[in-house]
Design a binder for this molecule. Structure first.
Ligand code: GDP
Ligand code: MG
Length: 168
């Protein structure tokens, strides 16, 4: 199985840490060079039955100016080529402005491209808090999967990779 995964999330949610966690699993190639004008190939995960290309999509947010509008348009064009969208959030108990802005944009893809939500940093909270956060995001009704992970503890990464393969 092979395919493209577009990774979106505001800064500081743990995207780089997730990348390192996946590198810790198995990896064939890393590239930080821009491959197209629109998107960077962040890294490629390969194992015996799959090759998954992860694409960083930093321009997905409500635009504040002309440059932001340009980045959003470009990011949308590249998201449309993805087989799966991964949206990463952290364990904040409310959906803040930045997250709301991304969710509103992701709504346009609901039913067209599967969206996997990763709730990262679950090592910092208790189980009942996690359940509240999961139900808060579930109410948005746009996520095909909601997976709690701790990128720093390498927790849930294997489940995430297996889940992606379902959609490739
Ligand atoms: P990025 O901006 O989305 O790439 O986020 P980073 O990967 O740089 O992480 C931002 C901060 O969150 C860093 O201080 C990380 O150590 C921390 N962080 C990332 N993942 C986890 C996690 O699973 N648990 C905890 N407790 N901290 C994390
Ligand atoms: Mg980073």
């Amino acid at each position: 199985k092979s395919g493209y995964v577009s990774v979106v999330g505001r800064p500081n949610v743990g995207k780089s840490t997730l990348l390192n966690a996946i590198i810790g699993e198995k990896i064939s190639a890393i590239s930080s060079k821009p491959q197209t004008t629109r998107q960077n190939i962040t890294f490629i995960h390969t194992d015996c039955n799959s090759q998954i290309i992860f694409l960083d999509t930093p321009g997905i947010q409500r635009p504040k100016n002309k440059l932001g509008e340009f980045m959003l348009t470009e990011s949308k064009e590249s998201i449309e080529d993805a087989d799966v969208i991964t949206y990463i959030v952290d364990t904040s108990k409310r959906i803040g402005k930045a997250e709301r802005s991304i969710i509103d944009i992701l709504k346009e893809y609901e039913g067209k491209i599967p969206i996997v939500l990763l709730i990262n940093k679950v090592d910092t909270i208790k189980k009942d808090e996690l359940l509240e956060i999961i139900s808060m995001y579930a109410k948005e009704e746009i996520f095909n999967e909601i997976i709690p992970i701790s990128a720093i503890k390498n927790d849930g990464i294997d489940i995430y990779l297996e889940t992606l393969k379902k959609y490739l």
